[in-house]
Design a protein around this ligand. Structure first.
Ligand code: TYD
Length: 138
């Protein structure tokens, strides 16, 4: 489960009304994990980058709640780039995938649903260390 081929766009439920839309998300039903934590990234200067790490165990769903940004996914072999620009699309990222977020539009909001509470020990922040861990588990 640590190939970029396992990252996927999930089309989320969308309830349309004349005055707007609602996207409800139920952990374990609409997405492949129970939700333990939610956070969001905002006030990112237009064109800026974030991310640049992988997680040992954490699974995530990234949503552009507003605006757009690109997600670059790497697994040590393949690379994929996905633009998120709709609030009803979620990008599922399993554990052990390197991700970088860039090209934020001004005012963009990246909503993240996470399978575990925050734990700095779950981060792999160095790309060389990431490649070594990947090699070790092959
Ligand atoms: P990080 O996940 O590295 O942000 P990004 O990938 O967007 O660059 O987090 C940035 C800082 O915020 C880091 O010091 C850890 C802290 N942080 C928390 O304390 N709790 C959290 O739930 C998250 C996501 C980050």
């Amino acid at each position: 489960m640590s190939s970029v081929n396992h990252c996927k766009i999930i089309t989320l439920p969308k309830i349309d009304g004349t005055t707007g839309s609602i996207t409800p998300i139920t952990g374990g039903k609409d997405i492949p994990f129970e939700i333990a934590r939610i956070y969001y990234l905002y006030d990112v200067p237009g064109g800026e980058a974030r991310g640049g790490h992988a997680h040992k165990e954490l699974q995530q769903l990234l949503i552009s709640a507003s605006g757009s940004f690109d997600v670059i996914l790497k697994d040590g072999r393949k690379k994929r780039k996905i633009c998120l620009n709709r609030s009803y699309y979620g990008l599922y990222i399993p554990k052990l995938i390197w991700r970088e977020l860039d090209n934020f539009s001004t005012g963009a909001i990246c909503l993240v649903l996470a399978s575990l509470p925050y734990d700095e020990n779950d981060y792999i922040r160095n790309y060389k260390s990431y490649l070594n861990i990947k090699k070790a588990i092959l």
